[in-house]
Structure formats: C-alpha cells, structure tokens
Design a protein around this ligand. Sequence first.
Ligand SMILES: *Cc1c(COP(=O)(O)O)cnc(C)c1O
Length: 217
Amino acid sequence: MIKDRIIELRSSLPVGARLLAVSKFHPAEAIQEAYDAGQRLFGESRVQEVLSKKDVLPSDIEWHFIGHLQTNKVKQLVPFVTLIHGVDTEHLLKEIDKQAALCGRVVDCLLEVHVAREETKFGFTPDDVMRFFSEEVYKQYEHVRIVGIMGMASHVDDEAAIRSEFKILHALYEEVKAQYASWFRELSMGMSGDYRIALEEGSTMVRIGTYIFGERY
Ligand SMILES: *Cc1c(COP(=O)(O)O)cnc(C)c1O
C-alpha cells in the first residue's frame, strides 16, 4: 500500500519536482516500506522523533525538518538534517547559524512564507522576504544557506483560492531568485490535499504524509 503510493506519486511528478514523504507520527517500519520502494527523502516535525527513527533506519535517508522548530532543539538537529523547511523567525535562523558553525556545517534552509487566510503567528510575509534579500540580511548568517521558500495554502475546498496562494508563493520565489538569490532551488509547497495544484503552480518539492502513510493518530 505505502509502496504503491510511493511508486504512483513518483511516476506522476513533473521534471524538476521531488517528493518529500512526510513520515511524522508513523513508525520506522512504515518508513522502511517507503524506502524499499525507492524513497529517500523523509520529513519529520519533532526532533526527538527523528532522532530515534534515524538510528534504526538506513543511513542514506535524507531527513528534512518540516513544521515549527523550537530554538532549544536546533542543536540536536543540525548535525544531520538535510533541509529545514520551516524557518519562521530570524531568531531561529540565528540559532541554526550558531549551531551549524559549531559543528562545521552550512545548513540548507527555506523561509516559511505566510500567505494563507488562516491567522498564524508563524512565517514571514512576502514583504519580509523581499527585505531579507534586498537588505542582504542573509549575509550575516554564513552557516545557513537559504535555498528557497516554503508555504502552505489555506485549508479550504476552494481550488481557485488555493491556486492563487500558490501563485503568490511562486511569483515571490521567482522574483527573489531573479533579483537576489540565483542559487534558489526549492519552492516547497503542496500537501496531500493540494499537491496536484501545487505542482501545476511550480512546486519543486511536495510534502506528502497522509496520502502515503494514512491518517496520523
Ligand atoms: C504534516 C505536514 C505535511 C503533510 O501533510 P499531509 O496532509 O499529511 O500530506 C506537510 N507539510 C507540513 C508543514 C506538515 O506539518
């Protein structure tokens, strides 16, 4: 079942887009099943959980961190994480930079951009992101490489609304890349309910959990 979903998703991805299998709350056995189907990129949202899973799973898995990261957990994550998707404050960025320097790494990160209708205290506005690059704020953080942006659409059934939010994220991504950050390579958007729309709107990485692994409890 997991295997079938992985194969189906991977074969339907357009060129230039990758699948992040969001395995949070699911056991190592489920991840192993996806791995055996060829999947190597997995997304987790809790540091303790990924630490315990990583030890019992193959070492060539790329672990991505999604969701909200607390600054006091950064230290444990930084030595092995491939990409941190949800950097939502400069305070967090500063801590990632500090811990990355201590272990001699440059850590790839995405700025989380808030475009959805839902009120949230997480994420940068598109204006914040433009300022971050135009004022070269990123240059202060030598051990962090901002390689793109991540966003979530509103939890609504209105496809046009979702699509317009993905279009905003895509336009922002393209503008920053063209003007300031030629190295940009990831536009992380699209989840189980809306990944097809996200791919049509230029996503380079879809983060899919429920559709692959079933409900989380
Ligand atoms: C949990 C989560 C996902 C996966 O959501 P599904 O609806 O299960 O596919 C994707 N992105 C983020 C940031 C998440 O927290």
